[in-house]
Design a protein around this ligand. Structure first.
Ligand code: TNX
Length: 563
């Protein structure tokens, strides 16, 4: 049965307990769901059996870390995971099985199969990422209280049946702008955990912009010591040491996200230009910049030192990055004459290739000559001119892969509506339905579907200063972009989606996350989803004023809660 269709609902557990969540109440919607049979129950005797595979053990340890605090059970992660599915003799355990040639949806780099029944629950996958995604599905099938960090009563039931699942696209990204406001390693890790809930598999870090350079480059140390010393609004900024960056990469990898670093060039470079006078055509370093204008800075395309600089930066960043990609920006280069832009991209793309990485650029790259194998990230609007769209489409027909981030759909920094206290509105308001209700394959005319590699949700941070702000803008829109990237087009259905989305709110409450209580979503009564938001006066976008919210009986002030 296709996900999104009506399920019969699993049989309730014995003992007069409430029925477990139906197997298709998951975001992103699974590719196929076959409900049936008795539910599975986690008990104090449950073991997590992982066989002798290291990757299965890692997934098992991760699952145990999620389940132990709320269940209060020991949940030992043990070997001996082989043989049988959960349905036939699993002995009441959870099994995570990595198998070479699984049947059904467990194939591919990220697919998995989940079998749930009275005698056990088994997740089977061909690759470690598939097991991890299966674990995320299992989390959502358990009661929301499983996400709490203190012991809860349970029961811990999972509906009986089978899910076979695999993604529609290989690229399901989220971008975080750590330049306009700096976010610590801990804040980035918190966001990674939230992305992993929805099977996002790329973390694109926007590491440099006019307001701050955030990644250490040994051969150009002032980039961070000076160029990283502030941010929008004049705050202290910050930067990642190489050890910090490696920590982020490792943490992301442990959640099966690949880090895609971006150095935005040749525009959006004031922080670099301020740090090194010799990078400027006139040899004069501009002051640091803490405003929010765009399009005023450019590297000096005619100077040879520019390419020494790019070579050093790309070499050091590539050496730190195990992922395949390096994003070179290329957007809003309004201060770079077009011919210079083309020249710059011609020189810079081979540098990226020399250090073993694949180029990604914002879609303005298609106005130059995209290198073979390069990807372009489309961030246009419905109203973007036909000539620009056609340039992107033509590049796609000629082999440039596309990542779709249409600003009027996928930009998480756009206000939901006129009353949203954070965010920008240059691409219009993007309500929850608008961010979900589009089809990546059909979005740009003249683009072959094979060129669409997937979707990405950028979160620009001109107005966002802390984790609460990030969460308020990303949730509940990010899960919709994640679903567009993962779920088969046939599951697309706004009404079904918004009720699945509503069911996520108790999880976000349990995880202590903020989110916007959009009136388009039928949030469950009570809990964090029920109450109105009350913002303190003085909380303007980009302003540093106190941010308060009355939420059930708790009073949060984000200015004091810089998590
Ligand atoms: C456009 S989209 C930008 C960013 C801004 C963003 C704000 C793109 C590639 N460039 O520089 O931060 O709008 O929404």
């Amino acid at each position: 049965m296709a996900a999104g269709a009506t399920t019969m609902g699993a049989a309730p557990g014995d003992r007069g307990e409430a029925a477990p969540a139906p197997l298709d109440r998951v975001i992103p919607a699974p590719a196929s769901v076959e409900p049936g049979g008795s539910p599975y129950r986690i008990t104090e005797r449950t073991r997590i059996r992982v066989g002798d595979s290291r990757a299965a053990r890692e997934a098992g340890d991760y699952l145990a870390d999620v389940l132990r605090p709320s269940t209060g059970y020991r949940l030992p992660v043990t070997g001996d995971g082989g043989g049988g599915t959960g349905k036939d003799g699993g002995g009441g355990d959870i099994r995570l099985r990595l198998v070479k040639s699984p049947h059904g949806g467990a194939g591919g780099a990220e697919g998995y199969r989940l079998d749930s029944g009275r005698s056990g629950l088994t997740i089977t996958a061909a690759r470690p990422a598939g097991l991890f995604h299966g674990v995320q599905t299992l989390r959502q099938l358990l009661p929301a209280a499983v996400e709490k960090d203190s012991v809860q009563p349970g029961p811990w039931l999972v509906a009986g049946g089978t899910i076979e699942d695999a993604p529609r696209y290989g690229w399901r990204g989220a971008m975080l702008d750590v330049s306009r406001h700096f976010f610590t390693v801990g804040q980035v890790e918190r966001y990674i955990d939230q992305l992993a809930l929805y099977k996002i598999n790329k973390l694109h870090l926007h590491l440099s912009d006019d307001q701050g350079w955030r990644i250490a480059v040994d051969s150009w140390p002032r980039l961070t010591t000076y160029g990283g010393s502030t941010e929008v609004g004049g705050g202290p900024g910050g930067f990642y040491t190489k050890a910090d960056y490696r920590r982020i990469v490792r943490y992301a990898a442990s959640r099966h996200l690949e880090v895609v670093p971006e150095i935005d060039m040749p525009g959006h470079t004031n922080a670099a230009l301020a740090s090194y006078a010799e990078l400027n055509c006139d040899g004069v370093a501009p002051p640091l910049y803490t405003g929010t204008a765009v399009g005023f800075s450019s590297l000096c395309v005619g100077k040879e030192i520019t390419y020494d600089f790019v070579d050093d930066v790309v070499r050091e960043l590539a050496a730190l990055t195990p992922g395949r990609y390096l994003h070179i920006g290329g957007d809003e280069a309004h201060s770079t004459p077009h011919d210079d832009f083309v020249t710059f991209m011609k020189r810079v793309q081979p540098i990226v290739a020399r250090y073993g990485k694949t180029v990604i650029g914002w879609h303005q790259l298609t106005g130059a000559d995209p290198a073979k194998g390069a990807l372009a990230q489309y961030w246009g609007l419905d109203g973007t001119g036909p000539a620009e769209k056609e340039r992107v489409a033509e590049a796609a027909r000629n082999g440039t892969g596309l990542i779709l981030s249409p600003a009027d759909r996928a930009y998480l920094d756009m206000k939901y509506d006129a009353n949203t206290p954070l965010g920008l509105s240059w691409a219009g308001h993007v309500d929850v339905r608008r961010s979900y209700d589009w089809d990546p394959d059909a979005h740009l005319p003249g683009v072959p579907a094979s060129a669409v590699r997937g979707v990405e949700a950028p979160l620009w941070t001109e107005t966002l200063e802390n984790s609460g702000h990030l969460e308020y803008m990303a949730f509940p829109r990010l899960p919709g972009i994640a679903e567009l990237g993962w779920s088969p087009a046939a599951t697309h259905d706004w009404d079904g989606y918004r009720s699945r989305l509503a069911a996520q709110a108790p999880r976000w409450d349990a995880l202590g996350m903020d989110y916007y209580r959009s009136p388009q979503v039928p949030w469950p009564a009570g809990g964090g989803g029920g109450g109105p938001d009350v913002f303190c006066a003085g909380w303007g976008g980009g302003g540093g004023g106190a941010t308060c919210r009355v939420w059930t009986s708790i009073n949060f002030c984000y200015s004091h809660l810089n998590i």
